[in-house]
Design a protein around this ligand. Structure first.
Ligand SMILES: Nc1nc2c(ncn2[C@@H]2O[C@H](COP(=O)(O)OP(=O)(O)OP(=O)(O)O)[C@@H](O)[C@H]2O)c(=O)[nH]1
Ligand SMILES: [Zn+2]
Length: 361
């Protein structure tokens, strides 16, 4: 077997990660060989990938064929299977969302934070919470918030871009995989990126110039390499994210609920945790009030969606009259069913539409 000639398909090609997409070009950061700094190649996409409609996203793991080391060029011949996929911001293989907030300037609004957390949890990526500008508040206040947020199920990282405190710990939390940075306006997202990735400014400016648009549009996403490892994507600020989780899935977005139901579940598998007998979730925990409020929103949205679905389906029946009838299986609401991938896309899509609205003139 070892004597037979090497088939073309067995030739070793380098692999890498797509950091940015510009028109039909892909910036691919090659894996550790040769380290560091790992060369980045400007790649095109093989025609056969185009033919089968294989898209290449930022964050994709790809195989680069025929690398031209002198000219720093290559061609993407294969996209490896994605672990996760967000539609908008369009990022493949993201691992976590880093939510950045502040205790002061602007002061922390628990409801707003809760909304952001639920929205972030609804992507099913892991969620890191970071509180910036801790130079503006005293130790006591910091400690009070820390223990309060622990009750919510989060271990917040307090930091200050201004003094540099906490930045090392932040880098440690981000040193593996792909992180998506999000948070309301003015909390220091740009400052954080510029501090962690000094060359980000420069690269962003170049890309923006070519594309003729600012960096704060969700259609342009770029991954920045952190010095300690890990990749960071920036998303623009937005103020009140619209919650799009179904009533059934809302509980999944609260660590307090996930934790409480790990013991004995509620008596009813579709318990909404309001006034049902045998509920294990209802009770004296701070964000229970948030849960109830968001639940009302979710129920209203579910109902609105159901109505529009009914209209749509009666239209379809008419359109198909006399033709072939198709029955689609309905998914029964299972206890704690995780959101489908489609749902995940919708959620992010909505998130991004809000971002666009907020940022584009
Ligand atoms: N005191 C203090 N101010 C900070 C700190 N980090 C950032 N700032 C200030 O906060 C303001 C907002 O910072 P940005 O980095 O622009 O915030 P952003 O989150 O990118 O804001 P958007 O672009 O609106 O989304 C700036 O005036 C920063 O100088 C900090 O750690 N301490
Ligand atoms: Zn319950």
């Amino acid at each position: 077997m070892s004597d037979r000639p090497l088939m073309e398909s067995e030739v070793w090609y380098p692999q890498g990660t797509v950091l940015a997409v510009q028109a039909n070009f892909y910036h691919v950061q090659l894996d550790s060989n040769p380290p560091p700094p790992t060369p980045s190649l400007l790649c095109t996409r093989r025609t056969r990938l185009k033919k089968v409609g294989q898209q290449v996203m930022v964050g994709d793991r790809v195989v680069v064929e025929e690398p031209d080391w002198e000219g720093n060029r290559g061609a993407i011949g294969e996209v490896l299977p994605r672990r996760t996929e967000l539609d908008r911001p369009p990022v493949a293989n993201a691992d976590r969302i880093l939510l950045l907030f502040t205790l002061d300037e602007p002061s922390l609004d628990p409801w707003q934070l809760s909304r952001f957390l639920v929205k972030a949890e609804s992507t099913q990526l892991s969620v890191e919470l970071c509180l910036n500008k801790c130079d503006l508040v005293n130790e006591q206040e910091q400690e009070a918030w820390r223990s309060r947020l622990r009750q919510w199920g989060y271990e917040p990282l307090l930091m200050s871009v201004k003094t540099g405190s906490g930045l090392e710990a932040l880098e440690q939390r981000l040193e593996r995989g792909i992180t998506i940075l999000a948070g309301p306006s003015g909390v220091g997202k740009s400052s954080t990126i510029n501090r962690l990735i000094p060359q980000a400014n420069l690269r962003v400016a170049q890309v923006s110039g070519k594309l003729g648009r600012g960096r704060h549009t969700t259609r342009h996403v770029e991954l920045f390499e952190l010095e300690q490892g890990g990749l960071l994507a920036d998303t623009p600020g937005f103020n009140q994210p619209q919650l799009t989780t179904t009533a059934q899935n809302l509980g999944d977005c609260f660590p307090e609920i996930r934790q409480r139901r790990d013991g004995n579940g509620c008596h009813f598998s579709d318990c909404r945790h309001r006034d049902e007998p045998g509920c294990q979730i209802r009770g004296d925990w701070e964000r229970y009030e948030h849960y109830l409020t968001f639940l009302e929103e979710a129920i209203a949205q579910d109902t609105a969606q159901q109505h529009s679905g009914e209209e749509e389906s009666s239209f379809k029946r008419k359109a198909q009259a006399g033709g072939e009838r198709r029955y689609e299986p309905k998914l029964a609401s299972k206890k704690y069913r995780r959101q489908s991938r489609r749902r995940q896309h919708q959620t992010l899509q909505e998130l991004c539409e809000e971002l666009d609205e907020h940022n584009e003139p």
